[in-house]
Design a binder for this molecule. Structure first.
Ligand code: C5P
Length: 233
């Protein structure tokens, strides 16, 4: 049973969500998918009809876009057996994985105002878990570096570009997403945007343990993470 915080960061296609959620289940801990929060506010922006220039977004970005993102009522459940994401009360779990949101999320999450807002909310959710005596596994891009620099264990997942694209393609076809963009192109695009942005770019924390998942299946990654979590007490 986990009492503290495990931060799981890394680019997409590394098995981050499956691993983080599986680890929470094994450790009888809560689970927070911060990417789902960025995706849900992005959906609110898309629904507002405001134009989004994905390539040109800067950390200052557009005040209008930030205002819609900050006004969105996003709630997430932290039960790893049933992770839920709601936008203004509506279950949007499927819609936020669609290609429209995936194409726009890096632009919205590059906005400093949006990040400050969601980071505060993420810290509140974690504090609540710890107050309740529960542990929590938190996954994202900047958890170990910015959101929770004091996490007891920080894991940074990596995988080769080829393996990541293969996983994304399999995921898209399992979910019936026939309009999904080419996985390798899309992952490279998002990596570039997420790693080069001024506000909290994707990078491993200095004290993160890097785990290359290229040649490991999900059981292998979970076993490794569980071992690391147990070693840290
Ligand atoms: O993990 P997921 O692919 O759902 O994340 C979607 C996007 O949300 C990422 O590409 C990134 O732009 C953004 N994100 C972020 N910081 C986080 C989690 C996600 O900027 N902590």
């Amino acid at each position: 049973t986990l009492r503290g915080v495990v931060a799981v960061d890394g680019p997409s296609g590394t098995g981050k969500s499956t691993t983080a959620r599986g680890l929470a289940l094994r450790l009888d801990a809560r689970y927070l998918d911060t990417g789902a929060m960025y995706r849900a506010v992005t959906l609110a922006v898309l629904r507002s009809g405001l134009p989004l220039d994905v390539a040109a977004t800067t950390a200052d970005g557009s005040d209008d876009v930030a205002a819609v993102a900050l006004g969105a009522r996003v709630s997430v459940s932290t039960d790893p057996a049933e992770p839920r994401v709601r936008l203004d009360g509506e279950d949007v779990a499927a819609e936020i994985r669609g290609s429209a949101v995936t194409g726009a999320v890096s632009a919205v999450s590059a906005l400093t105002a949006v990040r400050n807002h969601l980071v505060a909310e993420q810290r509140r959710i974690v504090a609540e878990a710890l107050d309740d005596g529960a542990g929590i596994v938190v996954e994202g891009r900047d958890i170990g570096t910015v959101v929770l620099p004091d996490a007891g264990l920080k894991v940074f997942l990596t995988a080769s570009a080829l393996v990541r694209a293969g996983r994304r393609t399999a995921e898209d076809s399992a979910a019936g997403r026939s309009d999904a963009p080419d996985a390798q192109t899309d992952l490279a695009r998002r990596d570039r945007l997420d790693s080069s942005r001024a506000a909290s770019p994707l990078r491993p924390a200095e004290d993160a343990v890097e785990v290359d998942t290229s040649t490991l299946d999900i059981e292998g990654v979970l076993a490794r993470l569980q071992q690391l979590a147990e070693d840290r007490g």
